[in-house]
Design a binder for this molecule. Structure first.
Ligand SMILES: [Zn+2]
Length: 187
């Protein structure tokens, strides 16, 4: 049997003789208090008291699909800042600094990260690891660059074939690992 009600931080929610302090609570002097706003859940079978937040932080996990902005490229990897998760409008909590190893960028062999990704590119990627740091992959066809601006004139680059972007102002083309829907993603 579960009892539920809304509580606020500091509210006394139970006594330690009856319940164990679990998520969202803390024990002090034999009493259990809420440590966050949320729904109190007193579970009589498990003898636990927990407070469930209505908006838990959106911590990234493996297989999450994310949008990120490339921060830098080096010889063996790119670094990126995760700005959103696909299909979830909540802010990304926890770690947002991510790396993409050169072997995880495209399905083929790549020896030069800068031919695939560039600083400032918006990418869609999948989380492939979270420890010890966030790691992304853009190998699949739905992953890769979804929006990019020309680094010289800042106009929006247009897709040219499967692996090139083109600046109509500068009349130059640049190689990229593109997502299959490049240019059709609304931010
Ligand atoms: Zn340009």
């Amino acid at each position: 049997m579960k009892e539920r009600r809304e509580v606020f931080p500091g509210d006394e929610v139970a006594v330690e003789e009856e319940y164990l302090a679990s998520d969202g609570t803390f024990a002090s002097d034999g009493k259990i208090y809420a440590s966050q706003i949320g729904m109190l859940e007193l579970d009589r079978e498990e003898m636990t008291a927990r407070v469930i937040s209505p908006n838990p932080p959106n911590i990234l996990k493996e297989r999450d699909i994310v949008f990120a902005i490339i921060a830098d490229t080096r010889s063996t990897m790119a670094t990126a800042d995760v700005v959103a998760t696909d299909g979830n409008i909540r802010d990304v909590g926890g770690e947002t600094y991510a790396t993409i190893h050169v072997s995880k960028i495209s399905p083929g062999y790549t020896d030069d990260v800068s031919k695939e990704l560039r600083k400032g590119d918006y990418i869609r990627a999948v989380v492939i690891g979270t420890k010890p740091s966030l790691q992304l992959s853009t190998k699949d066809e739905h992953f890769g660059v979804v929006r990019s601006l020309c680094y010289r004139c800042k106009s929006e680059l247009v897709r040219k074939g499967k692996t090139q972007l083109h600046c109509e102002q500068c009349e130059r083309s640049y190689p990229r690992k593109l997502a299959d829907d490049y240019g059709n993603v609304i931010f």
